[in-house]
Design a protein around this ligand. Structure first.
Ligand SMILES: CC(C)(COP(=O)(O)OP(=O)(O)OC[C@H]1O[C@@H](n2cnc3c(N)ncnc32)[C@H](O)[C@@H]1OP(=O)(O)O)[C@@H](O)C(=O)NCCC(=O)NCCSC(=O)/C=C1/CC=CC=CO1
Length: 261
């Protein structure tokens, strides 16, 4: 396990911390591969029922390490494409895994760090967070699925504006655009993000996974295919312990306890 990505599992919640605070968690190659390993393992581990993704030292992630970009060894176009595409699996795993992923966006989310936050299901932002696509300012068009996620989230017109003009948004501005879920005072960000993620980790895991799948389906599939998916997923949940417990708890007028199966 790499020190660049810390992992802590508590009652179904896996906290994954990008840990390069001295560089505001700018993504080094080693860090990206460690994240890929962590996310692959989390996808397969039934004990992980939700993930909280955060950065160490009060910053989420400022994206690719610009300092490292100035000394990068030359490679062919094909090598660069293969390399970047393989690292971008981080965003695909986050977006598609059938477990909720919450981003704790404090300090800044920029470039690939912004893309990564967008790949998550919910974003809890601190009041002073700076949020920006950043790419155009250093002569890049975008990566880690950011253009896909942002366009789906806020529409093509606004996504173009944020990528072409690259403004640095405040958390409140990002909230107004629907980019972040909630803005909280800086001192409360860690607690609120943790509480939100923990409540998902204690939820009906199978149903939450299918909610994600249904909504991901809606991003790309036809109405007919989405209906087929909803019918299949709800029918599968009928047999789940959590659905039976939730129905029983409702009738008995008590809070359900979900086991995640
Ligand atoms: C808007 C900012 C994110 C935050 O602004 P602010 O809070 O005012 O902080 P600064 O004073 O600008 O920065 C503080 C220190 O952090 C250093 N820093 C910031 N970003 C990076 C970075 N990306 N890489 C390296 N270092 C960074 C900054 O130099 C300061 O250091 P010193 O205190 O020593 O001076 C603002 O910081 C900002 O706009 N940052 C740039 C964001 C950016 O352009 N990111 C890269 C986008 S491209 C990308 O992500 C591409 C890839 C490609 C390949 C592989 C993987 C990933 O992504």
């Amino acid at each position: 396990m790499s020190d660049l990505v810390l992992q802590h599992l508590d009652r179904g919640l896996l906290t994954v911390t990008m840990n390069r605070p001295e560089r505001r968690n700018a993504l080094s190659a080693e860090m990206q591969f460690a994240m890929l390993d962590a996310l692959h393992a989390a996808t397969k581990n039934a004990e992980v029922r939700a993930i909280l993704l955060k950065g160490a030292g009060g910053t989420f992630c400022v994206g690719g390490d610009i300092q490292a970009m100035t000394t990068k060894a030359p490679a062919t176009l094909e090598e660069n494409v293969t390399d970047l595409r393989s690292r971008m699996e981080i965003s695909r795993l986050v977006h598609q895994m059938q477990k909720p992923v919450v981003a704790q966006v404090d300090g800044a989310a920029a470039g690939a760090g912004f893309s990564l936050a967008l790949a998550c299901d919910l974003r809890i932002a601190s009041e002073s967070a700076k949020i920006t696509t950043a790419f155009a300012k250093i002569g890049f068009p975008g990566d880690y699925g950011g253009t896909f996620f942002l366009t789906k989230m806020i529409g093509s017109a606004k996504a173009r504006e944020l990528y072409l003009m690259s403004p640095v948004l405040s958390a409140q501005e990002a909230l107004g655009l629907g980019i972040v879920t909630k803005v909280v005072p800086d001192a409360e960000t860690e607690k609120v993000a943790h509480d939100v993620a923990m409540s998902l980790a204690q939820g009906p895991t199978i149903a939450l996974g299918y909610i994600k799948k249904n909504i991901n389906n809606a991003e790309t599939m036809s109405l007919e295919d989405c209906f087929d998916g909803e019918a299949l997923h709800l029918s599968r949940c009928r047999d789940s312990t959590d659905h039976k417990e939730a129905a029983k708890a409702f009738v008995e007028k008590r809070k359900p306890t979900f086991a995640g199966r």
